[in-house]
Write a new protein. Structure first.
Length: 310
C-alpha cells in the first residue's frame, strides 16, 4: 500500500459516488464501512459490494450500516449525501466523529463544505469529483469512466486516495475548481432532465448550444462577482463534455425519472439566488430552475433505465 498503513474509512451516503471511492479504498486494504439505504446495506452485508469496473468485476468485502453513528472510529469520512440533506447529515455524524477524523466532501455544489463545517469541529476538505458511475442494482456499482479528484490542500488525504489508485490533485484554488464543476452541472443537468436525454443527443437539439452558452455566461458572471478565479475557456470545456460522455444522463434526469427530489436548488437555483443577491440577472438559469421544480412536483416516476451520474 503506497499511502502507508491501512485506516478505517466511513462513507456517508453510499450511492454511486460513495461506493466508487469507498470501494477503491477497500480494494486497497483499508477497512471501509458503507452507510446508506437498507436496500443497498442489506446487499453489502450479504455479499459485499459488487464493484463492476472497466477492467474487473469483484465482490469487495465491506462493513455496512444504515446508522450515521457508524462513522465512529473512522480517520477518513467521505461525505456523499445529496446537497438537500447536508445539514441534517452533518448534524447526525457530529457527535460520533473521532477528534482527529478528516471529512472529505464529495458532493455537487459550491457551498456544501462550509455548510458541513458549521456542524462539525473536525477538518472538512472540499473535493471536486469527476467520475461516471451508477448503482446498477442493490449493492451493485458499475463504473463507466474517470474517477479522478481535485481536493483542497491536504497531503494526508491525497496520500490516502492515491494509495487506492485514485488520481488526486491538490489545488490552491479549490473554489475555482468547484465553480467550474458547477458551470458544467448548470449547463447539463437541468436540460438533460427536462428532455430526458443523454448529453450527446441533448446538445444536438435546436437552440440548445445557445441556451448552454447563456447558462455558462450567467454562471461565470456570478462566480466572478463572488471573487472566484475561473478558467477563461469554460464555454469550450463545457461543450466538449458531451463529446466525452455522449450516453450520460445527468443525476437530475435520473432523480426526476425516479420521482426523487433533485439537487436543482444547489445548482441552477443557487445561481439564481446568488445572482439576485449580487444584482446579476440570470434568466436562463431561472427558466431551467422553474421547469425542473415543476417537473419535480409530478406525483410519480417515469420509466428510464439507470445511467451514469454526474
Amino acid at each position: 500500500m503506497n499511502g502507508g498503513s491501512s485506516i478505517q474509512v466511513s462513507v456517508l451516503g453510499a450511492g454511486a459516488v460513495g461506493c466508487y471511492y469507498g470501494g477503491m479504498l477497500a480494494r486497497a486494504g483499508h477497512k471501509v464501512t458503507l452507510i446508506g439505504r437498507p436496500l443497498h446495506v442489506d446487499a453489502f452485508r450479504k455479499s459485499g459490494l459488487r464493484f463492476e469496473g472497466q477492467k474487473f468485476d469483484e465482490r469487495v468485502p465491506v462493513e455496512a450500516s444504515t446508522d450515521a453513528s457508524a462513522v465512529r472510529g473512522a480517520k477518513l469520512v467521505l461525505f456523499c449525501v445529496k446537497s438537500i440533506d447536508t445539514e441534517t447529515a452533518a448534524a447526525q455524524i457530529a457527535p460520533h466523529l473521532d477528534a482527529d477524523a478528516i471529512v472529505v466532501n464529495l458532493q455537487n455544489g459550491v457551498d456544501n463544505t462550509e455548510r458541513i463545517q458549521l456542524k462539525v469541529s473536525q477538518t472538512v476538505v472540499a473535493a471536486c469529483v469527476y467520475v461516471a458511475t451508477e448503482m446498477a442494482g442493490p449493492g451493485h456499482l458499475k463504473h463507466h469512466g474517470r474517477g479522478d479528484l481535485v481536493i483542497g490542500p491536504n497531503v494526508q488525504v491525497k496520500a490516502w486516495f492515491e494509495s487506492a489508485g485514485i488520481p488526486t490533485a491538490i489545488s490552491d484554488n479549490i473554489a475555482g475548481e468547484l465553480w467550474a464543476k458547477l458551470v458544467l452541472n448548470c449547463a447539463y443537468n437541468a436540460i438533460s432532465a427536462i428532455a430526458q436525454l443523454p448529453y450527446g443527443r441533448m446538445i444536438q437539439g435546436a437552440g440548445v448550444r445557445d441556451l448552454m452558452r447563456d447558462i455558462v455566461e450567467e454562471t461565470l458572471a456570478v462566480a466572478t462577482a463572488s471573487g472566484v478565479r475561473m478558467a477563461p475557456d469554460m464555454l469550450e470545456r463545457t461543450l466538449k463534455l458531451a463529446e466525452a460522455m455522449p450516453t450520460q444522463y445527468s443525476s437530475t434526469a435520473q432523480d426526476l425519472a425516479r420521482g426523487k427530489p433533485t439537487e436543482i436548488d444547489h445548482l441552477n437555483g443557487y445561481i439564481l439566488r446568488k445572482g439576485a443577491a449580487l444584482g446579476i440577472a440570470t434568466p436562463a438559469n431561472q427558466a431551467l430552475y422553474a421547469l425542473v421544480k415543476l417537473l419535480e412536483s409530478r406525483p410519480r416516476a417515469i420509466s428510464l433505465p439507470p445511467r451514469n451520474r454526474t
